[in-house]
Design a protein around this ligand. Structure first.
Ligand SMILES: [Zn+2]
Length: 408
């Protein structure tokens, strides 16, 4: 592969001062973002190393959104090409792009030559000053081939709707020849620093902060990898179209027909359900008529993760659990006030699917509470679980923190 063949986009990292604001705005935009990103002072997300086709789940736009896109410069020919290729995502994601000249647009595209190609990730654009671009397409001209338009525009719009670099997917295990990669990217035309190379190639995103698929070498979100950059001859060709996994992933992240909530009743027999697609999230709604102790748990062989919310307050989980139940099943034991609640269930594994059953019962009914306690006490500590039980109460936002807590 000739040296000038690799023109890649470079990650942009929000300054610490904007990180918390970005998280706040992201949750306002889409409450589901809060299920992933725990906003704590000093813990910015995505930070450089916790970054990777992994979508920063905490940076998703509201599902169904029409994003306004404006151009800051650029000749009509190039703008039209960008419009045509960007729409490739909209066939598969429940998002629309409305191109115009609104200075208040959600995505603002400049064409500054010499600044390369880059885009802020999803809702990060909300905290970028309106007079600044949120995406730059630095080398697209009238003479650029259609394949290159497709590659660059789909890749940068992938970032703009929340996708990260596939080669930094937590599931990737590329055997980089690091010295060769440093030599390549630290030289012209990229002239990156060592930190840029680390941040854009070697660091993988944190498993617990990203929603990701199995590693996909055909993803539009991966850099081309020449054979001399790996120690085992592994190579990735230039991808200029969306892969099947890209399509499957984004159509789940921004589903046209999200699964509706299913009603769950306290004390009813376990309800059978299944996670039928990568990244699918099942949602259940139940009512508590009387204040007391309740246990919500799943059964079956699927390794699922469960999150509890008060109805209408889905930006702040009351509790989350992975493995406190039988086997790898989650179990949340919580003191709940009278009211309505939402439980979300997803698979622990990025490519996991499978069936499970879910139930909720009161622990206050005569005889059952003591029996349940006894059972809990006998249960030995499990892998990856700091506590045998998750406890929570509305308003206090106490969360169970198993080591395997993951993104929604
Ligand atoms: Zn990129």
């Amino acid at each position: 592969m000739p040296r000038d063949a690799i023109k890649v986009c470079i990650d942009r990292i929000l300054p610490a001062g904007l990180m918390l604001e970005a998280s706040k705005r992201s949750i306002e935009e889409n409450p589901e973002n809060a299920g992933v990103i725990r906003v704590r002072p000093g813990l910015g997300v995505p930070a450089r190393s916790p970054m990777r086709m992994a979508l920063v789940t905490g940076r998703k736009w509201k599902n169904g959104r029409t994003l306004r896109v404006s151009f800051m410069g650029g000749e009509p020919y190039v703008r039209d090409k960008v419009k045509d290729f960007a729409k490739g995502w909209c066939e598969h994601a429940n998002l629309g792009f409305e191109f115009g000249s609104d200075p208040d647009a959600d995505i603002r595209i400049s064409f500054a030559p010499g600044e390369g190609s880059w885009s802020w990730i999803g809702t990060e654009s909300l905290v970028i000053p309106k007079n600044e671009a949120t995406m730059n397409l630095g080398w697209l001209t009238r003479g650029t081939a259609n394949d290159e338009y497709s590659r660059v525009v789909l890749h940068e719009f992938g970032h703009a709707i929340g996708c990260l670099h596939e080669h930094q997917n937590p599931a990737a295990s590329i055997k980089w020849d690091q010295q060769a990669v440093y030599r390549y990217y630290m030289g012209p035309p990229n002239n990156w620093s060592k930190e840029d190379v680390d941040g854009n190639l070697f660091d993988t995103y944190a498993r617990d902060k990203t929603q990701f698929t199995d590693f996909d070498a055909k993803s539009i979100m991966i850099y081309a990898i020449p054979t001399e950059h790996t120690t085992d001859g592994y190579t990735v060709s230039t991808n200029s179209t969306l892969s099947q996994t890209d399509i499957q992933f984004i159509s789940t992240a921004y589903a046209f027909a999200p699964k509706p909530s299913t009603a769950l009743s306290v004390g009813s027999p376990p309800l059978k359900a299944s996670i039928g697609a990568h990244g699918e999230v099942d949602s259940y709604e139940f009512s508590v008529g009387k204040r007391g102790h309740y246990v919500i748990e799943t059964s079956g062989r699927s390794d699922v993760v469960m999150t509890l919310f008060a109805f209408g307050a889905q930006s702040e989980p009351l509790a989350e659990d992975d493995d406190s139940g039988e086997g790898t099943n989650p179990r949340i034991a919580a003191r709940l006030d009278r009211g309505r609640y939402i439980v979300r269930v997803r698979h622990y594994h990025p490519s996991g699917k499978g069936s499970y059953s879910i139930s909720i019962r009161s622990e206050d009914a005569s005889g059952t509470r003591g029996a349940a306690r006894k059972a809990s006490a006998k249960r030995p500590a499990r892998k990856g679980s700091g506590k045998a039980r998750a406890k929570a109460k509305p308003g206090a936002a106490r969360k169970n923190s198993t080591k395997r807590r993951k993104a929604l």
